[in-house]
Design a protein around this ligand. Structure first.
Ligand code: ARG
Length: 444
């Protein structure tokens, strides 16, 4: 029983939030005349001492005392005597743990948002420096059209900014104080829930005592946000794995973010990227575990809910780590401009530009232009040449009306430069967007 019941091994992480919640509660009890000011002062002083003991590694956590709440209360009794017994007036461990966990998740969301902001800045700065760096854009991982490296990086900035928005939305919804809901039904003491909510930085108290002690959707929502963010990071991580392979050689990571092999001396393994790629497993796992644990639970609190913590902690820790590692890797990563440019010109990547030229210059219907372009591509393929390397005569052998101005659109540079539509890859667009992001992320 002791072994299955105790949570102190993991909920000790909530000590700071537990102490903050208790101090707010004690101060409110005194202000309302429910306990004396002297008792409240002794409680606050004792709690500060306990916090210092925990942070100095001197606190003796005891499994026999089950959880962080009872461990702290028991130590408080040793330190200040009977006054400690008055702290739990008008409250229960059910609202206590609910407030602790909300505060913990709220603090972590702020940390994740700060980390994301730094990662977005790293990406935007790299994008600004590579606004005109050509690379192939892919669909189906087949060369499609030339784009710029900066444009590709800014795609992730957009994804991450939505992740940040999701964290912000979740934070606003979770920022209500369940303290004072007591065990499940509220309390007969004349408590002031608005005062404790204010003291703990909540926007106000929750409105229903049953909901207050039995809901964990605030954590689910943050884990859902983490799951999506982890998926985004895993996509970028996978691209870095591909780009840094010797077959692609689009980017180079330094020794700081790669490891050697114990047997093959030439290896530079992108371990950080691979580990980030792996993180959605445990992060989605945490979401799933909490969702399934909550499913079908009757009102109000049940001990099942003690299992909300371990995997949430693990998911948040790993989310923060993945974000930080990705920011480091993005700053470290150096593009190989020649290899990227060569790849951007390969695979007849400007075939669409040729078709568009036929439409615009020769007023051909797009379907016909698509067909003519296909025949020119086949010819280039046969000659083992790029489209831009075919002679005018060779072009004309497919369609007689083609003139020399066609060559202006066949280079990868010209192709990227022409894509000036809103949100398109033209270097001028990318430079402007990157600059806008850098300014926004650095600014207040
Ligand atoms: N350790 C418990 C948890 O994490 C605290 C609440 C206990 N409440 C109770 N009625 N036994 O959920």
């Amino acid at each position: 029983m002791a072994e299955i019941n105790a949570s102190i091994d993991f909920d000790r992480r909530l000590y700071a939030q537990d102490i903050a919640g208790s101090k707010a509660h004690a101060a409110m009890l005194a202000a309302q005349g429910i306990i004396t000011r002297a008792d409240a002062a002794a409680i606050a002083k004792g709690l500060d001492e306990i916090k210092a003991e925990i942070e100095a590694g001197k606190f003796k956590f005891q499994a026999a005392l089950e959880d962080i709440h009872l461990n702290i209360e028991s130590r408080l009794k040793e330190l200040i005597g009977d006054a400690a017994g008055r702290l739990h007036t008008g409250r229960s461990r059910n609202d206590q743990v609910a407030v602790d966990f909300r505060l913990f998740v709220r603090d972590y969301v702020d940390q994740l948002s700060a980390g994301l902001k730094d990662l977005m800045l790293a990406l935007a700065e790299k994008a600004e420096a590579n606004a005109a760096t050509l690379m192939p854009g892919f669909t189906h991982l087949q060369v499609a059209q030339p784009i710029t490296f900066g444009h590709h990086l800014l795609a992730y900035v957009e994804m991450l900014s939505r992740d940040m928005g999701r964290f912000g939305d979740a934070r606003a919804r979770l920022n209500e104080s369940p303290l004072g809901a007591a065990a499940l039904a509220g309390t007969s003491y004349p408590i002031d829930r608005k005062a404790t909510a204010r003291a703990l930085g909540f926007s106000g108290p929750t409105r229903n005592s049953l909901d207050s002690v039995s809901s964990r959707d605030f954590a689910l929502e943050v884990l859902a946000g983490c799951s999506i963010c982890a998926i985004h990071l895993s996509r970028l991580a996978e691209e870095i794995v591909i780009w840094s392979s010797s077959q692609f050689a689009f980017v180079k990571l330094s020794d700081k973010f790669t490891t050697g092999s114990s047997i093959m001396p030439q290896k530079r393994n992108p371990d950080a990227a691979e580990l980030i790629r792996a993180k959605p497993g445990r992060i989605l796992g945490a979401f799933t575990a909490l969702a399934v644990m909550m499913k079908g639970l009757p009102m109000a609190y049940a001990k099942d809910m003690q299992e909300d913590k371990e995997q949430t902690f693990d998911a948040l820790d790993n989310m923060a780590l993945a974000i930080a590692a990705m920011a480091g890797m993005v700053r470290d990563m150096q593009p190989n401009r020649q290899a990227m440019r060569a790849a951007a010109s390969s695979g007849f990547s400007t075939a669409t530009d040729l078709a568009d030229w036929l439409v615009q210059k020769l007023k051909m219907p797009f379907r016909e232009a698509h067909h003519v372009t296909g025949r020119i591509v086949a010819l280039a393929e046969k000659k083992n040449a790029l489209l831009s390397e075919l002679s005018l005569e060779e072009m004309r052998s497919v369609h007689g009306a083609i003139d020399a101005s066609v060559f202006q659109v066949l280079s990868a540079e010209a192709s990227a430069k022409s894509r000036k539509s809103l949100g398109g890859t033209a270097p001028a667009n990318v430079a402007r967007e990157a600059k806008r992001w850098v300014k926004k992320l650095k600014g207040k």
